[in-house]
Unconditional design. Structure first.
Length: 90
């Protein structure tokens, strides 16, 4: 089970940087709580959020790489730590 997602920033304005941001991944229960609370605060307003679909489509899969799209239309690329060709990108 994934505990963190890593976001890498390689450029800030005109400067080349290599910053990494580790973001905790919420579980399905926490996601449902967030959606429930947002519904309470938006009670009676149009466009209330629905619970996101809990699925993902695998777009590419091999021994070292996985690319998938979630039900919220986010795309993730995951590589094994032992894959040497991906290390410069991490």
């Amino acid at each position: 089970q994934f505990q963190y997602a890593k976001a890498i920033l390689t450029k800030f304005l005109w400067f080349k940087v290599k910053w990494a941001l580790y973001i905790p991944v919420p579980g399905p229960f926490i996601t449902r709580c967030i959606v429930f609370l947002s519904r309470l605060f938006k009670f009676g307003r149009k466009g209330s959020k629905k619970v996101p679909k809990a699925y993902f489509d695998v777009l590419f899969l091999d021994e070292d790489l996985r690319v998938h799209r979630t039900g919220e239309d986010n795309m993730f690329v995951q590589a094994r730590e032992t894959w040497n060709a991906a290390k410069p990108l991490l």
